[in-house]
Write a protein that binds this ligand. Sequence first.
Ligand code: PEP
Ligand code: MN
Length: 346
Amino acid sequence: MIIPKAKKLTKAQRKEIDAIVGSFGCTVLEIVGVNRCVYAILGDETHKLMFNRILGLDYVSRVDLIESTHKLVGRKSALADHKVKVGAATVGLDGPFFMGGHCAVDPRNPNLYMETAEALKEAGVHALRGGVWKPRTNPYSYQGSVDAMTIAVEAKERTGLPLDVEVMDLEQLEIALDAGVDVLQIGTRNALNYSLLKEVGNRTAGTSTVVLLKRGRHIAPVDEFLAAAEYVVAGGNPNLLLCPRGTTPALDGYRNQPDESITPLIKGKSWLPVVVDPSHSVGHARYVPSCCLAAIAYGADGLCIEAHVEPSRGIGDDPKQAVTPEVFAEIISTCREIWPCRYEFK
Ligand code: PEP
Ligand code: MN
């Protein structure tokens, strides 16, 4: 829909627009309103180049796309009844879903991850998380190691819990799929890496593999988050979880700007389950429990929390962010208590 700055396009302006849309196989329909005229593009109006060319005309005020960028993940989608299962748990059904584990699995200390995994199972988590490759802001920080995969997979086998691992490129994607990783995490830095999102969707099409898509800390609008999710679903995999994890600029004292309040906005537009990551949002273990409760109160279906049996011996974010399995058990219990009080989006 083209909205001109003036009340109506002149003949010359209309001719120019007709020529642009015509070269993309589209036509223009003038809709005459009481106060002004608007112009509907008939045909495939999603051509980015056509959109940009029209937007570049100095007499055009706006071009609104009616075609949704997230039609598959939208509430009116034919997929709206789809349920996402992680192992035995259906996310958001009968109580909050919990995933937990180390930020980074330390290949030199495999026992620590085993202990954490066993203790978290005892606490009641539905799935384990464990960083194998780490996206680090500092190029000289620990970058992860493929050796950690064997440890993470062993913990999955020992506990019988599904495993979440972040992948950042195609090579890691292949290794994770070969290793039997159940949840592929796309982190905040790759949240807009469309080639990776497409590839993840294609490679997991028709399988039970789940994708946990973090909200890019640079993503502002909800629609951009949903469009990124749409890439995976359009690639063939509707098993996707949306994961708000805080954005920039940070709230003074926190690691990021906590964004758990985005859940009702997401729910108003999409059927996808929301699993909030409070750990990267607030960035300090002592604030994590409050953020968890807020996330559930805002309508999240679950939580993905960094946890460690001995945070001070952890690597990556664990010394500062990880909660202990005891605290995790408390979080599970309080979140279950407030679960029935939520205002569910209708
Ligand atoms: C993580 O989960 O450890 C991580 C790096 O997350 P994010 O992409 O949200 O920073
Ligand atoms: Mn981390």
